[in-house]
Every structure is written in C-alpha cells, then in structure tokens.
Design a protein around this ligand. Sequence first.
Ligand code: ADP
Length: 481
Amino acid sequence: MNNSLIKQAGYINGQWCEAENGATITVTNPATGETLGQVPDMGILETRAAIDAASQALVSWRDVAPKERARLLRCWYDLIIEHKEDLARLMTLEQGKPLFETRGEVLYGASYIEWYAEEGKRAYGKVFAAPTADKRALSVQQPIGVVAAITPWNFPNAMITRKIGPALAAGCTIVVKPSEETPFSALALMALAEQAGIPAGVINMVTSSQAAAVGQVLTDDSRVRKLSFTGSTRVGKLLYGQSAATVKKLSLELGGNAPFIVFDDADLDAAVAGAVISKFRNAGQTCVCANRILVQDGIHDAFVARFKEAVEKLVVGNGLEDTSTLGPVINKAAVDKIASMVDKAQSEGASLVTGGRRHPAGELFFAPTILTNVTQSMEIARQEIFGPVAPVIRFKDDAEAIAIANDTPYGLAAYFFTESHSRIWKLAEALEYGMVGINEGILSNEIAPFGGVKESGLGREGSSQGLEDYMETKYLCMGGI
Ligand code: ADP
C-alpha cells in the first residue's frame, strides 16, 4: 500500500496536525480485532481552529472561477482513481466490507467529485419578467459559506465525497468530522486533495471521539452556515435542534426502514437477486438496505425457498479475501444488538429459515439470517436492523402492502418487484419514500437525488439538486431603469 495515503493526523488549514493535548483514538480492524493505527482525538480547540481556517479560505475560494474549481476537483478525482485499489484495501481494513464492495464504493465516491466538477460550472441565475417598466428582477446563486459535515462509518469514502464535491464546486469551504470508526479512509482522501492542489483551509478534517462536543462547536458557530449530516435519526434530531439558534441550512440523511415488496407477478430471479444485494451488501449496514421483505401470498413460499438458497451461498469471511461476500459488522455493540433483535423476533413468533446466530469467522461476524412469519408489529419490523438479517412479512393485496410499507416514521428508500404497468405507477406514487427502486435493488448514483422524507431527513445529495443545497439564491431588484 502507498504509505503517503496513511495519515495518522488531522488536517487543518493545509497542515497535518496532532490533537492539542496529544490524545489519540485507536482504530481496529473489525474482521480481526487488530490495531491498525492511531489518529488524533481532537476536540473543541481544534474544531474552532478548523472553522477559523475554513472562514479565512472562504474569502478567496468563493471567488475562484467555477472553471478553476472544476479543474482542481477533476484533479482530485483523477488521483482517487489512480489510487483506487489502495483506498479500497484501506477501507476493507478499517470498515470490514469485502473488497468487491470497497472497490465499488471508491468509484461511487469518486463519481460525486467528477459530477460536481462538471455541475459547478452550471450554477445558473435567472432573469425574471420585469414587474413594472422601470424595474428589472434577477437572481444569482452564491455559495452558502462555511459548511460542516459529520459522516458515518458505513460508507467511509462516499459519504464524504458527496458532501465535499458539491460544497467545493459551489464555492463553499468545509470542516469534516468523519466517523471515529473509519478515519483512515477519510484522511487518505485529504492526502489526495492536498496532492491535487486544493488550497489550504478549503477542506479541513477533525478526527475525534468526542462527537457531541465537536458537534456542539460546529452548530453553535454562526460562521458555519450549513450542516450536512449522515447518520442516525437520533443524532440527526439533536443536530437539527442545535442548529436552530443560528438558523443553519441543513441536509440530513438519517435512518431508514426500507420495505422491499415482492408481488405475485414479479420476476422471481430478479426479485431474489435484488433482495440479496439490497439486504446483505455491507452486511446490512446501509441506510437504504431492505429492512422488511414483504412478499405476496401467492409467491411467498417460492420466494422464501429461492431466497434461502441464494443467502446460503454468501461467503462469510474477512473482506480482504477475494472469495468473501459478507464481512463483519462494525463493532461489538452492533453484533450484540443484532443477536438480541433476532432472539426477540423469534420469541414474538417469527420462524428461523437460516442463520440466526453469530458466525465462527470472528467476534463481529453474524450469519446471514432469514426470518419468516414476521408481522409489522414486531420490533424487528419497526427498528432499523443494520445487520445481515432479513425479516419476511406475508401480505395479501396491494392495499395491505402499501399500508405496511408506510407504517413507519422513516421514509428513505423503498423497493418493489412487479411486472404490472399499472401497479408500478400506483405503488411508485403511494409509497411515502424519497427513493423507490422498481424491479431494482440498488438505486444510488451521482446523477440522482438521494434523500428521504418524514424522519429520514432533509435535502438531497447527488444530481443538480445536490449543488443547489450548497447555494443561496440572492434576488437583485434593479430600479430606475
Ligand atoms: P451510527 O449509528 O451510524 O454510528 P451516529 O449518528 O451515531 O450513527 O454517527 C454518525 C456520525 O455522527 C459519526 O461521525 C458520529 O461520531 C457522529 N455523532 C454521534 N453523536 C453525535 C453528536 N451528539 N453530535 C454530533 N455528532 C455526533
């Protein structure tokens, strides 16, 4: 691995730095428990310094021509692609997911930088029809200012690039606090941003285990005009509240409880393949993961039989081995929570089809699991599982499927499989979700607006909307014409 990518320091104002008090966080490999290294455990002081740096850098960065910002972003993108294998290996080491997934994530993450390098040149204002003969009315798009980003461990690369890409393209500067579980992937991106020539202070990264304290500094500071957060609904709500005092703009990508609905007329092969990828990628630890598999009466038994066959072919193991298709979960609290959810579901009447136990590959591995006879009232159908467990709920007709699917405070992603044209439209419109996969188990990419409704969040990442979320519209009213 290229050692210049392994950074055991934070990145503030173009400098690699330690925590003021010398404290560190130890990062471990979830597949083996081995220590990978240390990063600084920064706090209030360093977060303030990062905001100072971002504020100073804003003065010039917002005036850099969009074409030049695009050139720098493109250069960063090219470097990420050049180092994609090292970035993927580093991510598997600290996060656990198999190499085929981390290779995919590096490309997916990079695609946001490439897309926004292009899209930043297309931030158009508007000229309106004049309200009266002596006036003219127009609007311009301007960067919001300093942005704070707080990101999770499940996509250690892409959740960062899809915030930094549009922020920088729009002319904003940024302070990022990556997850304490996966800081190395984040810092490797900083090393490449530095090589690309992105000026000091434009991107700053504070590594910390004191998330609440860092979050408080970021939300209290009135120079931070926007907060972009991806993580749990619980923390998202806290940050939403904390942002009220300074009326920050917010992008919140929070939890989900995705229904994956299989109708009698579905293409069974496609539905099974979609369910496996949607449920089990990243060991079930994505916010858009199928959380409940709803299957219609007529196809239920055939689907479960085929699903079981496919799930039993998953190869559980260390993600660095090329044969592995299912890695560990992130930490002990996660594996304990999953085990207790599976036990509770069975005690509430669910039947175990396969799995249902910890896996001998290591302390943080859980066997891929299918439960049937699950009902919507069980805890496993109401909470985000974030593990390799597929609860199957049986339903009779479209109305029941829609009612079950929408019976949740979450509204991120939903999926359904059917060959009926009319059902496609009706379901697509009835599902209270920000994103709907139709005969498709994977839906995220840089060209599309990613985001949720209800308690799953605010704002969209990706697409032209992702850029607008980092810009303010300023109306110019010209009189005396
Ligand atoms: P997850 O369950 O995915 O770890 P969290 O919401 O706990 O989700 O974490 C997502 C990110 O939010 C991480 O970077 C974490 O350090 C950070 N975080 C956790 N608690 C807080 C908090 N009180 N304020 C600000 N950030 C927080």
